[in-house]
Design a protein around this ligand. Structure first.
Ligand code: SIN
Length: 269
């Protein structure tokens, strides 16, 4: 039995820091249980001042499910479960995904039938300006909707699709607009401007109008928490009750993050 972890909630809409823990060392089962509980309570947990290797990151990720190679292929790497998110170029070619622009709100890999469940991001290099990641508490946002909107969206589904056509499965993937967390039973909004395309069975103008209304609701500052990255930060988040967006940063400044992801074969319901 280990002692209680030092879990410090942010003063924002979600998220908690877990302090005084060294992720180069294996965690005890009880510590893993405490991190899992904090993740269910706060949606996002982060650890500062880590100096971990790629195998350390994969080991940490594996406490919460099976880390898998990202569906988007990158050049061969010694630890294939690590996916690089970076604007850095080597020999004129990007070494990772997502460049330096804004990446609007999304839940990871929602264009798949079984989307990503949890994600981990480790900061290796960060820009001097911009490049923050913001998470939205989609459970709080859903709870705060007017009852007439809740009634209107309760049985709706929306198509999710990656903007790079080859990333998508051959069939159209749709998910409920309101999903239920399989562990907490709480309901969350599950639409975001980066990957959601339209509401199934709705006329285009009506779908555009409804999604715009839901996005404007989600993007209110009271549902959002901004993570100001420091080198050595490791963030673990639950994609089921949260969405996230990455803010832009200057193209000439370097940002290098290492990501791992877990799929738990869950179909959103
Ligand atoms: C992502 O959108 O998955 C990456 C977030 C980030 O680079 O901060």
């Amino acid at each position: 039995m280990s002692s209680a972890l030092n879990v410090v909630p942010t003063d924002g809409a979600l998220g908690a820091q877990i302090a005084d823990i060294d992720l180069t060392q294996p965690l005890l089962p009880d510590q893993v249980g405490q991190v899992r509980t904090a993740l269910l309570d706060y949606g996002v947990v982060f650890f500062r001042n880590q100096r971990i290797s790629e195998p350390d990151q994969v080991r940490f990720t594996s406490y919460f499910g099976q880390p898998v190679e990202h569906v988007r292929k990158q050049r061969e790497r010694p630890v294939p479960e690590i996916f690089i998110i970076s604007n850095v170029k080597e020999n004129g070619k990007p070494i990772g995904a997502l460049g330096h622009g804004e990446v609007s709100f999304h839940s990871d890999l929602s264009y798949l039938r079984q989307p990503g469940t949890l994600s981990v991001l480790y900061a290796v290099e960060i820009p001097q300006e911009g490049g923050q990641t913001q998470w939205c508490n989609c459970t709080a946002a859903y709870a705060d909707l007017d009852s007439d909107i809740k009634e209107r969206i309760k049985d709706l589904r929306a198509v999710h699709r990656h903007y790079v056509e080859e990333q998508n499965p051959p069939e159209m993937i749709d998910h409920p607009v309101v999903r239920t967390h399989p562990e907490t039973g709480r309901k969350s909004l599950y639409v975001g401007p980066h990957l959601t395309k339209h509401i199934v069975g709705m006329k285009s103008e009506e779908s555009v109008e409804l999604l715009a209304l839901l996005y404007a609701h989600l993007e209110q500052p009271r549902f959002i928490w901004t993570h100001e990255w420091q080198v050595g930060d490791l963030v673990l988040w639950d994609n089921r009750p949260t969405m996230h967006r990455r803010l832009p940063f200057p193209a000439h400044q370097r940002r290098l993050m290492k990501r791992t992801q877990i799929f738990n074969d869950e179909i959103p319901f």
